[in-house]
Ligand binder design. Structure first.
Ligand code: GLU
Length: 321
């Protein structure tokens, strides 16, 4: 099996990112699998090479070694998404010729102003404002025609999703059934400035890099149906998915790069790697006491059944063990 960690180098890793990396690494290592590091530096405005270098340094410091990817390289590279444009272009061309892609001129502001957020989690489902008339039926049985002419530049490109339910079994959260049209909406493949969208890049890369298991935070659980559908459309196999609970602060909000007191720059000044790993292992039920432990020593005790489904509150004082 092959697992992966796919961080975006838009800041220093924080405890939530470390938690994701640790679970993904343990899930692979406990089954003798390969672990891959892919740098998701798709957003040219927010990604920085120095953060990618720090991610590698922090992972090494934590004892989370990878077999391929990052600056180590390997046979499925490059492993930096910013270097993979030609690959994404090829798959975009295929989708474009399938007739399911259309240009979209909506701005973020007018989508936000005209559409109600989704009831369950506040996401906006695109209403299909720019969908061409011949794509309006929503049925996946309609005849798609290959558009004339090249892919337009300087506009967003969206992929039409059918009114169809995708069912998959998450290894941690169980069976999920999601209607693509009502829950996800037509989603972006490329931004107007030419930057590739996460959904396209992640599906293409996981497939071409041979990833068989995707471990990531449950905030991406509802992106999974779109990714499964896109993978099927491109003729790829679908990896196993295992989403994990999120680390949240005392007010229930997901830890983010804004919680700078929990970023690796600060944590490394005060703690040893075994203390951080031991604390996370205790928080997610792998150990009974928050004692220092190395990542390697957790391999024999790792079991997804011990990890809770509910989010995990991080009380900052616990770090002082
Ligand atoms: N690059 C994404 C992030 O840092 C992770 C995407 C994924 O694991 O599929 O949130």
């Amino acid at each position: 099996m092959k697992g992966r960690f796919a961080p975006s180098p838009t800041g220093r890793m924080h405890l939530g990112n470390v938690f994701c990396a640790l679970l993904s690494w343990l899930s692979s290592r406990s089954r003798g699998g390969v672990w891959l590091l892919r740098i998701e530096d798709l957003d040219p405005q927010r990604s920085r090479p120095e953060y990618a270098a720090l991610i590698e340094d922090d992972l090494r410091w934590l004892g989370l070694d990878w077999d391929e990817g990052g600056s180590t390289g390997g046979s499925c590279g490059p492993y930096f998404q910013s270097l993979r444009s030609a690959v994404y272009e090829e798959y975009l061309q295929r989708l474009w010729h399938s007739g399911r892609v259309y240009p979209c001129r909506c701005t973020r502001a007018n989508i936000m102003a005209t559409q109600a957020p989704h009831e369950s989690d506040g996401r906006i489902v695109y209403a299909g404002t720019c969908r061409p008339a011949h794509l309006r039926t929503g049925s996946d049985l309609m005849a798609f025609t290959c558009p004339d002419g090249p892919i337009p530049e300087h506009v967003k490109l969206r992929l039409l999703v059918p009114d169809q339910t995708v069912t998959f079994s998450d290894m941690h959260y169980g069976t999920q059934s999601v209607n693509l049209a009502s829950h996800c909406g037509d989603f972006l493949l490329r931004r107007a400035d030419g930057a590739w969208a996460y959904q396209l890049a992640v599906v293409v890369d996981d497939a071409l890099m041979g990833v068989s298991e995707v471990v990531r935070g449950r905030d991406l659980l509802l992106s999974t149906p779109q990714q499964i559908w896109l993978a099927r459309l491109l003729g790829f196999g679908v990896p196993d998915h295992c989403h994990h609970p999120l680390l949240v602060n005392e007010s229930g909000q997901r830890l983010s790069k804004r919680d700078s007191s929990l970023d690796m720059g600060v944590l490394r000044q005060h703690f040893l790697p075994e203390q951080i790993v031991g604390w996370l292992a205790f928080l997610c039920g792998l150990t009974d006491v928050p004692e220092p432990v190395s990542a390697r020593d957790l391999i024999p005790v790792f079991d997804w059944n011990k990890v809770p489904e509910h989010d995990i509150c991080v009380r900052k004082d616990i770090l002082s063990f």
